[in-house]
Write a protein that binds this ligand. Structure first.
Ligand code: ATP
Ligand code: MG
Length: 570
């Protein structure tokens, strides 16, 4: 490709709302153009990178035995009603009507569509397993589209769906996909971690995310400093916490604790480790159909509530904070909330305790009475308490698998694989006949990769203050030939020759033959992030050209006659 004829409009100014380098560079480099909130056009450069990523994904998926299809983007709402998600999915689901007043949605994910497809054809265990995938548009009306391609509303996903006759075969495929994804992200040149993930409202036994490590990542992951354990903070586990100081010895009694409202004040007042205090977190929980109620979560004073865990524990869609006024209106004493008589007081349906509080002794807890706490609280003496994993894992906590410690890292979620089981096949009536001739629902898995998000993820991990640094397999071109002065016929002729020779060798090369200043051509090379540049300049008279490595911007002089060989070596 000749740059003089190439549509790659580079910009000097960063977009005003760009806080991430990937967002800035992809716009300034002429890779993408924003057309609306969370909606982008892909220009030739962006399309080339997208195709590179798509190709790697496709090769590995095909290699693993999956088959590419293309499912309708516009989905009849009927399918979503049948799965129960038309209401449940919330505002991210874009719903609309056609001219005949029929309801439709723009697919934010395609379980419903693909189950409908399988239902039409898969009748017997003999047709299983089957894995179909597509690389196609998705639409999610995200509440905060931002960071360019990182969180768009319209974006490209690779979504695959597998169908199995039994759980064991699903697990085989799940493991195959984990291995396949590792190959994909390794080939793309990314530093990533596979982490245990929140399985969400869907439940199911296994869900793993693939996180590209980057400071700007929106996800926090807990990783062990000595073994392989890594988990999204939303799902991370830890070795049960212990403290050196023994539990305070006190028989059960009520204490006057004037104005002692916080955990710190309480621990200070009784001179105990906050570990031995009981923290009450009250949230307003929202459920399907929009109904809401107060939910109570008890943790050790030293811990904090992990909201995703809390949501899952009670099957809520969202948790919001509750003001002091609302607490008082519900008959509660802010700062003194405890488990005693709480159900009678509030009629609450959701009162939960963190798993690590199981049979805890010698606790100090609010008395549900102004300026009073109970001491000597032994939870083992209560009947029917509900214990769930609610606490957020902190840095320095113990690894659940070994003696190591957990630390936090930031990650960008680029893939998510899921064991769905019969969550969709059952309500949608997608059944097959098993070897015994009995009808049973298909066992399913689903596997997503954020293909358009990957453009941003690669750049978040690989850039400098001048621009993009694409990895070998994601670069839009392998090399740029920069003709320093296009008016110099010998430079021009040499560059043309090299350009043709490289193309014959199957190298994707951009010939910068524009009549521009050398400095601005080099600035474009740095911004675009193509792995190498050959600079054809004054040195040509002495039979020399320069080879620049974009990753470290190091330059080396190479004999003009040797350059083809050097490039082929690279
Ligand atoms: P997130 O937590 O980032 O919102 P998600 O968990 O909702 O993502 P999935 O339903 O697991 O996303 O979708 C599969 C993949 O699609 C994700 O791993 C991510 O890489 C990509 N993806 C999801 N939402 C977006 C978006 N708004 N823009 C670009 N890519 C996205
Ligand atoms: Mg996900």
């Amino acid at each position: 490709m000749r740059f003089s004829a190439f549509f790659a409009p580079t910009l000097k100014e960063a977009p005003k709302d760009a806080t991430l380098k990937s967002h800035e560079y992809l716009i300034r480099g002429g890779y993408i153009q924003q057309v609306g909130s969370g909606i982008y056009n892909f220009l030739p450069l962006g399309k080339r990178v997208m195709d590179k990523i798509r190709q790697v994904v496709k090769e590995e998926m095909d290699q693993a035995g999956a088959q590419e299809v293309m499912l309708g983007f516009v989905t009849p709402a009927e399918l979503w009603r049948n799965s129960g998600r038309f209401e449940k999915y919330g505002k991210e689901l874009l719903r609309f009507k056609d001219r005949k007043e029929n309801d439709f949605v723009l697919g934010p994910t395609h379980e419903e569509m693909v189950v409908e497809l399988a239902k039409g054809y898969v009748k017997s265990y003999k047709q299983l397993p089957l894995h179909l995938y597509q690389i196609h548009l998705k639409f999610r009306d995200e509440i905060r589209p931002r960071f360019g391609l990182m969180r768009g509303r319209e974006f490209v996903m690779k979504d695959g769906y597998s169908f199995h006759a039994n759980e064991a075969d699903l697990i085989r495929e799940f493991e195959l996909m984990e291995a396949t994804y590792k190959r994909i992200f390794t080939r793309l040149g990314l530093d990533f971690r596979v982490v245990e993930a929140d399985s969400g409202a869907i439940g199911g036994s296994g869900s793993k995310e693939f996180m590209v490590l980057a400071q700007s990542g929106e996800d926090t992951i807990a990783v062990c400093d000595s073994c392989e354990y890594a988990a999204n903070i939303e799902a991370a586990k830890r070795r049960a916490k212990k403290v050196d100081s023994p539990a305070p010895i006190a028989s059960f009694s009520k204490f006057k604790t004037p104005e002692v409202k916080s955990i710190e004040a309480l621990a200070e007042f009784f001179r105990v480790d906050p570990f031995y205090t009981l923290k009450a977190v009250v949230k307003k929980a929202f459920f399907d159909g929009g109904k809401s109620e107060l939910a109570f979560f008890f943790l050790r004073g030293c811990d904090s509530l992990q909201e995703t865990k809390a949501c899952n524990a009670i099957g809520a869609n969202e948790l919001l904070d509750v003001s002091e006024e609302e607490l008082i209106k519900a008959g509660l004493e802010p700062g003194f909330i405890g488990p005693y008589a709480l159900k009678n007081l509030t009629g609450a349906n959701h009162i939960l305790f963190d798993l690590e509080l199981k049979d805890a002794q010698g606790l100090i807890a609010g008395a549900n009475e102004r300026d009073h706490h109970f001491v000597g609280v032994n939870l083992g003496e209560f009947e029917g308490l509900i214990y769930k994993d609610l606490a957020e894992v902190g840095e320095g906590d113990g690894c659940p698998l070994c003696e190591g410690r957990l630390t936090y890292k930031k990650g960008i979620e680029v893939g998510h694989i899921f064991q769905l089981g019969t969550r969709y096949s059952e309500p949608l009536g997608a059944n097959f006949l098993n070897p015994e001739g009995k009808s049973q629902p298909l066992v399913m898995g689903c596997y997503g990769i954020g293909v358009s998000r990957l453009l941003a993820a690669v750049i978040e991990q690989h850039h400098d203050e001048k621009g993009c640094i694409w990895t070998k397999s994601t670069a839009p071109f392998d090399l740029v030939i920069v003709v320093s002065n296009v008016k110099d016929p010998s430079q021009k002729a040499y560059a043309e020759n090299l350009y043709n020779a490289l193309q014959k060798e199957g190298i994707e090369v951009l010939l910068d033959d524009r009549d521009e200043r050398y400095g601005s051509k080099m600035a474009d090379f740095e911004l675009l992030g193509i792995p190498y540049a050959v600079i054809v300049g004054k040195g040509l008279i002495e039979g020399q050209v320069e080879l620049v490595n974009r990753a470290n911007l190091q330059k080396g002089i190479v004999l003009a006659d040797d350059i083809l060989g050097r490039i082929l070596e690279l």
